[in-house]
Design a protein around this ligand. Structure first.
Ligand SMILES: [Zn+2]
Length: 82
């Protein structure tokens, strides 16, 4: 499993602070080196803040489109050396 797969898989738990310390540190380490993933995480985080501020719990549909596009992108570029 590449670092990107791992980071994307745990994006929600990471942002919700539901991960173990070790896993969080591993993802943080990956984000420091990976511009693609940090972009995805920043997007999710800002979205979460916006939802929290608006008092809504339902994520907008474009969130899933963006995530799907990112995952596709990872697959197409074969970012195993990431
Ligand atoms: Zn990555």
């Amino acid at each position: 499993m590449s670092g990107c797969d791992n980071a994307i898989e745990y994006v929600y738990q990471y942002i919700d602070d539901e991960l173990t310390f070790t896993r969080k540190e591993r993802i943080k380490w990956h984000l420091r080196r990976c511009g693609d993933c940090i972009g995805a995480f920043e997007f999710e985080e800002s979205l979460k803040l916006r939802i929290a501020a608006g008092g809504k719990t339902e994520p907008p549909a474009e969130l899933f489109d963006t995530l799907r596009a990112l995952i596709e992108q990872e697959r197409n570029t074969g970012a195993s050396d990431c």
